[in-house]
Write a protein that binds this ligand. Structure first.
Ligand code: NAD
Length: 560
């Protein structure tokens, strides 16, 4: 994708540097090689490792732009203070120069001080404030996202995450001092929250700003350099991110890559220090396989089918409104939407009119005319979701319009377990209802399937909520509402099994993007204390060593 010339002219050279499209294969680099002095909150010594290279790399200099091809250059001395090397990844790879550039910036120590992280996070806040209208317009153009929904999810929730991070960063960054043995009592033992280095964030299209920005907040807070790869499906949002975000962040440390599948495949050939992926389980597997080649740790935020058990004891009207809101928000294209309802045949009889009422209350008699109901993101996705309408029997909705990519809020009944709609994540505005005889039947149904990203239960009986919570497994759990659990930054968000690996939001984001570095700072003297562990080994020294290093089992504390 190329930018219009007018946009290019209006951008500063620094913005242009960061905007890295799939067609651009060279990168102009201006960098200093000095290593800043680190204070006591930073590493005691600069990381001494050289960027892994191809053996043919030259120190970063005037011809750094050639590094993407890395042809015929001889390896320089590299490393800190000697001029970082430019080719750190895969020779001949179009993104190698970019990754090397970011790695050099990371090795310089620039992203480590708290003041730097805060400045970049505050710049993200300005991006959200100043580009609010552009965000609303881009997401509306991409998928008819209602501005209220876009403001809530793409701006407000991101601002909350940002403020929670800024409010707590100084506590999160603190070294965590740990218990010591007798032998190390006079030493200093702590966990340092170290940045990983250069991380890659790959985002999907359904919340195109939120789903790259929230992980980015965590990655910056933890002191990393970042490559962001937004989804190519939502073109307007992708362009906005590439053209505008880049003008707010430090171009030496943060880059946006616009790329489709082929280019992302090439991007993933490079060695990153952490990969944070949000998307489908099938692509999650591809990303994890690529990461495994470099033994790169990953977080996978994936999707799946979220069950919603509605117990006979629930408040029917409230349940219907909360389920309909969660299912039809963003036209059903939400990873934490309730995917299907499980309830008794009696409850289905009560729930159907309540759902019909809720849908009319939310979107009027013709949801197609409602400014508060979105559209399916693309033609391919529209065809896929439309095909799912053939499962069971349509009780509410069912209307479609391919030209507008409109699918009405729909409820299906008489759906069977082996119907197509029960074989994949729906990711559209369709809600199938399946009947079960009891809460235990619902639990058995849920446990016979892959573990979901979230499990919903509606009941006014605490023992029902407790029973489902204790006897099932899912990424998250929310009783008597949908989606709301993910609006609390202090609750970790993530899947389990097929629905993902790892967690983020709030402190969990900071921890996800930080390596917990075990650190022991010992004094250089007091050598007699060490003598018992040195050869030649003498049996009489063993009790001494044991006493000095032993961790004793504590007596169980019984509170009477
Ligand atoms: P997707 O997996 O198709 O794409 C996600 C990202 O991966 C995009 O940036 C895309 O360019 C890239 N990609 C696609 N194919 C690739 C390949 N072969 N190699 C490398 N990269 C590739 O997902 P999507 O359609 O954008 O999003 C919908 C899915 O995401 C749903 O399954 C949904 O449940 C899930 N999702 C999960 C969460 C969560 O937080 N758990 C949030 C939103 C969406």
């Amino acid at each position: 994708m190329l930018m219009p010339i007018s946009t290019l002219r209006s951008m500063s050279s620094s913005c242009m540097l960061l905007y890295f499209t799939s067609r651009v294969t060279t990168l102009s680099v201006e960098t200093g090689s000095s290593f800043p002095q680190l204070d006591m909150h930073q590493s005691l010594e600069p990381p001494g490792q050289q960027p892994p290279g191809c053996g043919k790399c030259s120190p970063m200099g005037s011809d750094a732009g050639k590094a993407a091809g890395c042809s015929g250059c001889s390896r320089g001395s590299g490393g800190i203070g000697k001029g970082p090397v430019i080719c750190s990844a895969v020779c001949g790879n179009p993104y190698a120069g970019l990754v090397s550039h970011l790695r050099a910036a990371w090795l310089s120590g620039k992203t480590r001080p708290m003041e730097y992280r805060v400045a970049q996070l505050e710049a993200l806040g300005r991006f959200l404030d100043e580009k609010k209208q552009d965000i609303l317009e881009a997401t509306a153009a991409d998928m008819g996202k209602p501005s209220f929904e876009a403001y809530f999810t793409e701006i407000l929730l991101c601002k909350n995450e940002l403020n929670s991070t800024l409010n707590n960063l100084c506590h999160w960054m603190k070294d965590e001092h740990v218990d010591k043995s007798l032998l190390t009592q006079l030493d200093c033992a702590f966990i340092r929250k170290d940045p990983y280095g250069v991380v890659l964030i790959i985002a999907p299209w359904n919340y195109p700003i939120h789903l790259f920005l929230v992980p980015l907040i965590g990655a910056i807070a933890a002191g990393n350099c970042v490559v962001v790869k937004p989804s190519e499906t939502t073109k307007n949002s992708e362009r906005l991110i590439a053209e505008m975000l880049t003008c707010y962040l430090d171009n030496d440390c943060f880059a946006v890559v616009t790329a489709g599948v082929q280019e992302t495949t090439r991007l993933l050939e490079n060695k990153f220090d952490y990969i944070f992926f949000t998307g489908s389980p099938s692509v999650g597997r591809i990303v994890m396989t690529a990461a495994a080649k470099h033994l790169t740790p990953v977080t996978l935020e994936l999707g799946g089918k979220n069950p919603c058990y509605v117990c006979d004891s629930c408040n029917v009207q409230n349940t219907a409104r909360r389920v309909a809101w969660g299912r039809f928000f963003n036209a059903g294209q939400t990873c934490v939407a309730p995917d299907y309802v499980l309830c008794s045949a009696e409850m289905q009889e009560k729930l159907l009119p309540a759902l019909r009422e809720a849908i009319t209350e939310f979107y009027g008699p013709n949801p197609r005319e409602s400014p508060d109901f979105g559209r399916i993101v693309g033609d391919r996705q529209f065809q896929r979701v439309q095909a799912l309408l053939h499962s069971g029997h349509t009780a509410i909705g069912g209307q479609t319009d391919a030209e507008e990519r409109y699918i009405a809020p729909t409820v299906l009944v008489e759906v069977q377990q082996d119907d197509p709609i029960m074989q994949e994540e729906i990711f559209g505005p369709i809600l199938p209802i399946l009947t079960v005889a009891s809460v235990d039947d619902a639990i058995a149904f849920i446990n016979a399937r892959e573990r979901p990203l979230v499990l919903y239960v509606f009941s006014s009986r605490k023992e029902v909520m407790k029973r489902v919570l204790e006897r099932t497994s899912s990424g998250g759990f929310c009783a008597n509402d949908t989606i709301m659990h993910m609006t609390i930054p202090s609750l970790p968000f993530g899947g389990i099994g097929q629905s993902g690996l790892g967690r983020y939001h709030g402190r969990s984001s900071f921890e996800t993007f930080s390596h917990q570095r075990s650190t022991l700072l010992r004094g250089a003297g007091r050598e007699t204390l060490n003598t018992p562990r040195y050869p030649p080994y003498a049996p009489h020294r063993l009790p001494l060593l044991r006493a000095a290093t032993e961790t004793k089992r504590q007596a169980t504390c019984l509170l009477l």
